[in-house]
Design a protein around this ligand. Structure first.
Ligand SMILES: [Cu+2]
Length: 120
């Protein structure tokens, strides 16, 4: 039992290291021409998103959806962005306010699963 917990902690730690390493690589390529897409990470759980609002600069934006609890899918109203379950989508958006909502009937709190995306 204790061994399993230790193994879990070690793998979490490795994941964390890997995530940091990936971030550094992305940072290194960013300086190329300044044209890299902004990234918005959206975490979904039962029945809310990890933030009440997300902000991104106008232009090309990549959205990453992670299901932290349950299974959800999102759509950003007025855009082509739709992510089923987990994954990424990229779109070029103009400044404005957009509504992010869950499009997968995921349970009793589904109707309230909305958030705001502010593109500035
Ligand atoms: Cu839902």
């Amino acid at each position: 039992m204790k061994k399993a917990l230790l193994a879990l902690m070690v793998s979490l730690f490795i994941l964390l290291l890997a995530a940091c390493g990936g971030g550094d690589e992305a940072g290194a390529t960013e300086g190329d021409d300044g044209g890299s897409a902004a990234v918005v990470d959206i975490g979904a759980s039962n029945w809310q998103f990890d933030k009440e609002g997300y902000t991104a600069p106008a232009g090309e934006i990549t959205f990453n959806l992670t299901n932290e609890e349950g299974v959800h899918a999102i759509e950003i109203e007025g855009t082509d962005v739709a992510i089923e379950n987990e994954g990424s989508a990229t779109a070029t958006l103009e400044a404005g306010e957009y509504t992010i909502k869950c499009i997968l009937p995921c349970g009793e709190g589904h109707e309230e699963m909305t958030s705001t995306l502010t593109v500035e």
